[in-house]
Design a protein around this ligand. Structure first.
Ligand SMILES: [Zn+2]
Length: 72
């Protein structure tokens, strides 16, 4: 699975990510270039972000009926 850093633009496989061991023994993964972990997104998350951006207008159209309930 490929990862992309939204901060510096780094992209690469999971194996290339920086890793650190926390007190609980859990490995934190972070960007090997800028050291940030909050900006890392994997392929799936990236697709979801693009999906939401491209369908932003559609979301507004879907919400419109909820704001205008039909009182018949
Ligand atoms: Zn980065």
């Amino acid at each position: 699975m490929e990862y992309v850093c939204a901060n510096c633009g780094w992209e690469g496989p999971k194996a290339k990510l920086g890793k650190s061991l926390t007190l609980l023994g859990v490995k934190d993964e972070f960007c090997p270039t800028c050291g940030k972990e909050d900006f890392l997104v994997n392929d799936t998350e990236l697709e979801e972000i693009v999906f939401h951006q491209t369908t932003g207008e559609g979301t507004c159209l879907l919400l419109r009926p909820l704001n205008n309930p039909t009182n018949s």
